[in-house]
Design a protein around this ligand. Sequence first.
Ligand code: AMP
Length: 497
Amino acid sequence: MVASPAPAPEAKAPSAFARFKLHDALLRGLDAAGFESPRPIQAATIPAGLQGRDVLGLAQTGTGKTAAFALPICHRLLRQRGRSPRALILAPTRELATQIAAEIKTLAKFTKLRLVTVFGGVSAKNQIHQLNQYPDIVVGCPGRVLDLIGQGKLKLGQVETLVLDEADHMFDMGFLPDIRRIMSSLPDERQNLLFSATMPREIRKLANDLLSDPEVVELADAAPAATIDHALYPVAETRKRALLDRFLASKDCRSAIVFTRTKHRAKRLAQQLEKAGHRATSLQGNMSQGQRDRAMRGFRAHSFDVLVATDIVARGIDVSNVSHVINFDVPMTPEAYTHRIGRTGRAEKSGVACTFVTGGDREWVRDTERMLGKPIERRNMPDFDAGDVNLAPAKAARGGGGGGGRGNARAGGPGKRAGGGKRGGSRGGAGGRGGSGGSTGGRNSSRGAASRGSRSASAKSSGSSSSGGARSSSAAAQPSANGVQRGRRVRKPGARF
Ligand code: AMP
């Protein structure tokens, strides 16, 4: 009798990442992290990153961009020896820096690469101690990085790769001068990877100065992920709280992030919700780092069901399973809308995003729809009196009703009208948008510039859903097999990206 051959041990299908010929330890890390196939931004940028080329990635958090830059960096660090630190990753907030560091540690779990995270708001002592241990990668916020350079504790003369993550947000927070100072202490010969969700004028200029012959990859970022069900809820300012209660009471609302315009509103609303029996906490710029960490940990662990946050601190937060994003106040800019609602529907899960809009938010609605290239659906909470609200453009409002389409504050629900049929602007409208959310140590905050410099609606509207594809802003863009478009642009003096 002939013995049958023994079954091959662990006949596992090769990871779809294998095609990048990444270091084995990274493939193991990807496998352990459960990353089965590359996201569009990863498929489009990893090859260029591995070749040592510069990359301009127009993509936001939630698309998988951390691994898109981390994998080539780690691979190159593992392939060749060098002196510490060899990669510098700059991020606008402590939360994002921590998140990037955590993701890299996960992916590099089976390597001996060392990483240190540096940010303000906590003592520098431990960070300096870790810097003395020759880390390969430094992830940090510009302010603290610059302080440590100034103290002679961080020497960047050996850096081979610089990453600027959420560059537009760093600009919003007034970090651009710090970034330029940091750049001046880096070797001229290096790889630069720049990621930004939007391209305000200043970031285009930075990209022109920084990048040489970059691979330009543009995700159709302006559009919210297809997994997000998002709508506007016209409501009078005085009825917002009641509307919020209705959302939070719904059984589908398992875990919600509620955005407010100012840190004071975030704090007060969280306290009110807590008094009303919700497990709520806030995340805003007036909190110490320890308080913020506790809030985030509690929210992640589901000790809190509601997190009331301001834009800046909440940006970049990666929490899976957020069922609802509720914009209690509209964000400062249309771009921030996509960022905010991207906190739900993450990692290809589905999510709901509701934006409360008052008559005072008319302009914001118009600009955001222009940015998205299409109207956002208006809805009404059934059997809820939303109070007086009129979203019709000023001209149409004078004319008495304005006709269908985008401007009108139709109640949307079965036969209901948010404005109760009345004309005129909302009482308690949004008011001025001067009060920004809590800043996390940003300097000379210059908000609003992002919207000034944003790309045109027509340029943005041509993409597909955010997680579904990427395209190049280059004239020579080539569609690839997976529906991703990318391009390469030769840098000319004065060329714009
Ligand atoms: P990021 O945009 O880098 O913040 O990534 C968003 C989330 O997607 C993070 O939780 C990542 O761990 C996860 N992620 C990134 N790439 C992949 C992938 N290829 N497969 C599965 N999950 C991923």
